[in-house]
Design a protein. Structure first.
Length: 317
């Protein structure tokens, strides 16, 4: 099986390092030319285990999609079975979509690992919803430099189609990718409820991430104050009302899950806080921003989500 992973951040490097020994061919596509060259030179180091360099040398091809777009790298000869899209939503540009289209054949599926919503519309219009799978993962990873990654927490990865295309024949076909992930040491399952899983992850991120970025605190600090807990609850209740209006039945225990995620990642800086600290654009447009937009379209006000969205945009600016 030939797997392509687009994005060499923490999760991209983690999945690459663990898939390499069990995958017949693996192509890692970075954004920067410099990272692709460093990876080609040194391989991927999975911190806390023996060096993976010897195992990776024969099975991985590294390239930069900016080079590929410019035509300065040799096209990939072997047909790709699955493309793991492991970049943030802010990186899904028209150029990247065109690059993905050029890599796909009628046998290729694109697996989207993005947080939030919005990417499914852009990608389904360009590629077709029937060629898309969606993934929600709770694996924890931290990138250390351009070529090293640490596995910070074991979780589970759910894969599946959106309900409109979810049928038994296709599910059976995708058992192969689940088995490959399990062989690599991940917990993985096919899911028939991806819309609920996507929305549940959206809620968790929309409640936790903007508050940590605005207050400049680690995730666990949100649980230490009645004031921050009340803000979290307000954000949460607004999204519940919106989901109900859209006919999406979220798990009854989701509020407990939000708090459990905060506690389990109590020493983490959220991705949004990391983006703010690094003066990068955040994914707030695809989290609280998307929620506010959907609310406006349905005549449902989300004042607290709107406030934190505007505050993050002001900080970005």
């Amino acid at each position: 099986m030939h797997i392509m992973i687009i994005g060499a951040g923490s999760l991209g490097l983690l999945f690459a390092a663990k898939l390499a020994p069990v995958c017949s061919q693996l192509t890692i596509v970075t954004r920067s030319v410099g990272q692709a060259r460093e990876l080609a030179k040194h391989g991927i180091q999975l911190v806390g285990t023996e060096s993976q360099e010897a195992k990776l040398a024969k099975s991985i091809v590294f390239q930069s999609y900016t080079e590929a777009i410019s035509g300065s790298v040799v096209p990939i000869a072997r047909e790709i079975d699955y493309i793991f899209l492991m970049v943030k939503q802010t990186a899904i540009s028209p150029e990247l979509i065109a690059y993905i289209q050029n890599q796909m054949t009628r046998h290729t599926y694109l697996i989207c690992f993005q947080n939030g919503v919005g990417h499914e519309v852009k990608l389904s219009q360009a590629i077709g919803l029937d060629k898309l799978l969606f993934a929600i993962t709770t694996e924890g990873a931290k990138r250390i430099g351009l070529t090293s990654v640490k596995h910070t927490g074991h979780g589970i990865t759910y894969l599946g189609e959106l309900e409109a295309y979810n049928h038994a024949a296709t599910n059976h076909q995708h058992n192969f990718i689940v088995q490959l992930l399990e062989l690599a040491g991940f917990r993985a399952e096919l899911s028939k409820n991806m819309e609920v899983r996507i929305w549940s992850k959206l809620v968790i991120n929309a409640v936790i991430n903007p508050l940590t970025a605005i207050l400049r605190v680690q995730n666990g600090e949100l649980l230490r104050s009645a004031w921050t807990l009340s803000l979290m609850q307000d954000l949460y209740q607004e999204v519940l009302r919106l989901a109900a209006a859209k006919g999406i039945e979220l798990p009854a225990e989701l509020w407990d899950t939000v708090q459990a995620v905060c506690e389990a990642t109590k020493t983490n800086h959220s991705s949004m806080l990391q983006d703010i600290e690094a003066s990068r654009l955040t994914e707030v447009d695809y989290l609280n921003g998307s929620l506010v937009k959907m609310g406006n379209e349905m005549g449902i006000e989300l004042p607290v989500n709107s406030l934190v969205y505007r505050m993050i945009k002001a900080i970005e600016n």
